[in-house]
Design a binder for this molecule. Structure first.
Ligand code: GLU
Length: 304
């Protein structure tokens, strides 16, 4: 497959499309990004790298970090995580609180904010120095030891994250948060503030295409069975209440974030990260989705 040529064609095609949507501004610091950035990085399991556009520029990974917390939590506590979080799509927006009350404080899945807050609580309980240890884990699986939290973004979300504060308090009142709500929120806002490039993201997701092994380390991070479970959740719940649409159009497991990033995986073949900051109404990168739809259409390859 000539991915080089393919990425170039996709870039030309999406660059000609109208830049629809809006850069996220509900976290004030995220509004400072230029709307016309676009990068796409594809890494194959046999170690080849293809890229086009702004692939070496850092951006805020936001909810993509939920895949890293799930991976870390599963490597630490295995299946017991499912006593506290479900595995069903929610059909509601990422920060919705309605279901949480009538489902007794058990979040529908780990990729909505309520589920991510329970995972943050688990990591605060399990790790010695939660923020430092989690950052080390992300550095390890991405193969980049320079990855950092963006403290201005974390602070900005702390000052405006009232919905996340509501969710964590509701969870606490139902007995599904074991630490102090401030500590859980602090961890969550930091994990979302991590900055990475398309290349770092593609690198760190390669383990899902590679049976749980980091290609750059040959370290087994999670088991093949855990790869299956996390990938299934990415496919069914990775794109907020647009997960069905993403599966329909792209046909790969993946995860998006409100920083405009999307990462997806073709099992046994490649991981691909794309970044374009303008988001559609459901909070997913408009051009990012389009680029990935073109990728699976042009290659004639998806998981189906
Ligand atoms: N930190 C963001 C929030 O909780 C993450 C949202 C996202 O990327 O989906 O609102």
């Amino acid at each position: 497959m000539n991915y080089s040529e393919l990425l170039k064609n996709i870039y030309e095609e999406v660059k000609g499309l109208p830049l629809e949507g809006k850069v996220a501004s509900y976290i004030p610091q995220l509004a400072n990004v230029s709307a016309d950035k676009f990068g796409m990085s594809l890494l194959t399991v046999d170690g080849k790298e293809y890229k086009v556009g702004d692939t070496d520029e850092n951006f805020s990974i936001q909810s993509i970090s939920k895949v890293f917390t799930l991976t870390h939590v599963m490597s630490l506590v295995g299946e017991t995580i499912w006593e506290r979080i479900g595995v069903e799509p929610s059909g509601n927006s990422f920060n919705s609180i309605v279901q949480l009350e009538y489902e007794n404080g058990i979040p529908r899945n780990p990729f909505i904010n309520a589920g991510a807050l329970v995972m943050a609580d688990l990591l605060v309980s399990k790790l010695n120095d939660p923020k430092k240890d989690f950052l080390e884990f992300v550095r390890k699986i991405s193969g980049n030891k320079n990855i950092e939290y963006n403290l201005a973004v974390a602070k900005s979300e702390k000052e405006t994250g009232f919905m996340n504060a509501s969710l964590v308090n509701m969870l606490k009142s139902r007995g599904n948060i074991h630490n102090k709500v401030e500590d859980v929120l602090d961890f969550y806002f930091h994990q979302c503030s991590i900055e990475m490039t398309c290349k770092d993201l593609a690198n760190s997701f390669l383990l899902f295409a590679n049976q749980g092994k980091c290609a750059h380390l040959q370290d087994q991070i999670i088991s093949g069975s855990q790869v299956k479970r996390i990938s299934a959740l990415m496919l069914s719940c990775g794109f907020y209440d647009e997960s069905g649409e993403f599966a329909y159009k792209v046909g790969l497991p993946g995860k998006s974030g409100v920083g405009g990033g999307i990462v997806a995986v073709q099992p046994q073949k490649y991981s691909v990260a794309v970044w374009s900051p303008k988001l559609n109404k459901k909070g997913n990168s408009s051009l990012g989705m389009k680029a990935l739809e073109l990728l699976t259409t042009k290659t004639g390859m998806s998981i189906f």
